[in-house]
Design a protein around this ligand. Structure first.
Ligand code: SF4
Length: 446
């Protein structure tokens, strides 16, 4: 048995893969260590969906490779999305790497780590089967003790031209309802209070096995599980948001009134080039429908600026739309020109500096909109999930509203009212005293 160290990069879906690999290794008798120096085997679970993420992954691999010189590492394993894109190149160009394992080979991690003689992984580790974990897979959570991600599906069938995820993760497939519910009950029994449902497109949950209302049904069923206080789903696809889903959100007390729906742009010609469907009228109507059917909902979206052919008029229209839509949460990314994405051959590429200037202009606009939205909460008393001492200072605790997702949204700093009995995971009433563009400050009301 070996001491194994893990470095997990990328999104929440990749993090779940890490947790399943940790589960298989622990069940196989290996010891997991947080110290890279101590680790005899190091696994880097990579991200590779855009150039900058791929570079970050390569840097991390090289950094861990140093442990083969300065530490105890005798085997370096690379896993995840970068392997799906560049399996052969990694082995050829980074000699320190001993083995690679793709996203469809996750259960093989145990054998791969046990096989001391393995200098580089033979084909038998390269699975053609599309993998999706289930409740029978062991899993070691890496999130705080009160919150967990629950991956309900994998892969994607959408044709977004800027995206290579379908090539990396394969076609869409969702987990059986029983498997998800069994895992959710187990998480609740472990003390998990907040569940974040993730997939490339959560709104398509169940469609591949004939249930067009799959996600709505899942939310209602999760709402019946004792102990789960907050249910949130991320990565909704705008054209797949159906009324029964919004109804389930509105009628299920533990469903967070929060929706994460990446729109990516608003200009008709850009949305067409992106193969995202929709236009300003249909997306404006979508936002109105969401706000009408789910009172008090917080809408999070993401936009991509700098897509090939994007003009100043397109950006102007996007600014106008963001001003009108008043999203509670907005992330803006610059277009990444991925070599094997369908948009790569398009002409009229936008220079990096112009992309960045457009991103900053949109974020500046959103900062004011977000602050105005937060100011409306001052004086209100709202339920806050206590996270514990804040990253800012040991003297300060922090928490989140049900409309603040972990890792991507702001927090509520708790400047008073914390007692010896307050514990991370508690959901407590907090009077909001102060508003900042993304964060709030409040006092726990006893
Ligand atoms: S919905 Fe589009 S952007 Fe999202 S993973 Fe699928 S192809 Fe990529």
């Amino acid at each position: 048995m070996a001491k194994i160290g893990f470095l997990s990069l990328g999104c929440a879906k990749n993090r779940v893969d890490t947790e399943v690999m940790l589960g298989h290794l622990t069940r196989g008798g290996h010891e997991i260590t947080a110290s890279p120096e101590e680790a005899e085997i190091i696994v880097v679970n990579t991200c590779g969906f855009i150039e900058s993420a791929s570079q970050e992954s390569v840097d991390a691999i090289l950094e861990m490779a140093r442990q083969k010189v300065v530490g105890n590492c005798r085997k370096l394993v690379v896993a995840g999305c970068l392997v799906q894109r560049y399996r052969t190149q990694i082995l050829e160009q980074i000699p320190e790497v001993d083995a690679v394992i793709g996203t469809n080979e996750i259960p093989e991690i145990l054998e791969l780590c046990c096989d001391q003689t393995l200098k580089s992984n033979p084909p038998r580790y390269e699975s053609r089967e599309l993998y999706l974990y289930s409740d029978s897979d062991p899993r070691i959570l890496t999130t705080p003790s009160y919150s967990a991600y629950l991956k309900v599906a994998e892969g994607c069938d959408h044709p977004c031209t800027f995206c290579v995820i379908p090539q990396i993760r394969g076609s869409f497939r969702s987990r059986p309802l029983d498997s998800v519910l069994t895992e959710a009950r187990r998480l609740a029994a472990q003390g998990i209070r907040e569940i974040n449902l993730v997939a490339q497109d959560t709104t398509m949950y169940g469609w591949d096995w004939g249930n067009r209302l799959g996600l709505a049904d899942l939310i209602r069923r999760l709402g019946e599980i004792e102990g789960i206080r907050w249910i949130r789903y991320l990565y909704a696809y705008p054209n797949n948001i159906y009324d029964e889903l919004l109804q389930a959100m509105a009628e299920t007390p533990s469903a967070c009134k929060y929706i994460d729906v990446p729109l990516q742009h608003i200009s008709r010609q850009i949305l067409k080039q992106m193969k995202r469907g929709g236009n300003r009228r249909s997306l404006t109507r979508l936002l109105m429908r969401i706000r009408d059917k789910v009172p008090g909902v917080a809408i999070r979206t993401t936009m991509i600026v700098g897509f090939p052919g994007e003009t100043e008029e397109d950006v102007h229209e996007l600014m106008e739309f963001v001003e009108e839509a008043r999203f509670e949460r907005l992330g803006v990314f610059t277009y990444s020109d991925e070599e094997n994405a369908a948009s790569h051959p398009l002409g009229s590429k936008v220079p990096e500096a112009v992309k960045e200037e457009r991103r900053q202009r949109l974020m500046k606009l959103q900062t004011g909109i977000s602050k105005a939205g937060n100011l409306k909460l001052v004086g209100e008393t709202l339920p806050v999930l206590v996270e514990g001492t804040s990253a800012e200072s040991d003297l300060l605790w922090q928490g989140r509203l049900s409309t603040q997702a972990p890792d991507i949204d702001g927090v509520v700093y708790l400047n008073d009212g914390i007692t010896d009995h307050t514990r991370p995971g508690d959901i407590v009433p907090v009077r909001i005293n102060e508003a900042h563009p993304y964060d709030l400050v409040g006092t726990v009301v006893q």
